[in-house]
Design a protein around this ligand. Sequence first.
Ligand code: 5GP
Length: 189
Amino acid sequence: MSELKVLLSRQQIAERVTEMAKQITADAKGEPLLFVGVLKGAAIFLSDLVRQVEVDATFEFIAVSTYGNRPTPTQELRHAWDSTGEVKLTKDVDQSLRGKNVILVEDILDTGLTLTFLKRLLQGHQPKSFRVAVLLDKPSRRKMPVEADYTGFQIPDEFVVGYGLDYAERYRNLADICVLRNGTSTNEN
Ligand code: 5GP
């Protein structure tokens, strides 16, 4: 049996995303922005964010895979999640980032290994500016010294699902962000 407990309600998320969009709009100073979302977790956050940004904006999606111990039904969620640091790009951008004002959009900043990899990779495309927006940040888990420019919420070291975030591809469609506690099985209905 899985246990879901609401950590951030849909109202809290909506209010914070609106604030982030206002800040991003102000910082853009009228220049166009190119948002680059990391699939699949950031898709919902990106779609809510870009619709509230009041400058000319386009978006792209990239995808990465991490070789690590994604939680499995036989492992405890809290301790099982740990990446090895080997991140691989599995889907690249379809347009050049050169000379553009790029905002990388991530669902959650955890150890920082994924963001460190992506920052290095995307900055190599020589954008005009490069900023990072993350919805969630677990600062206590950080292994790499990397921070986002825009952070929605700092959260404790809990495994969360919903609003795009999954556990074995489930729960992405939950409107709230919930803590998923042990006892989860991928076979459950
Ligand atoms: P990092 O490389 O910073 O350790 O991990 C970032 C990625 O790990 C996120 O983009 C996300 O896919 C995954 N991740 C980290 N913590 C959680 C969590 O609590 N829930 C879910 N669903 N994914 C997480």
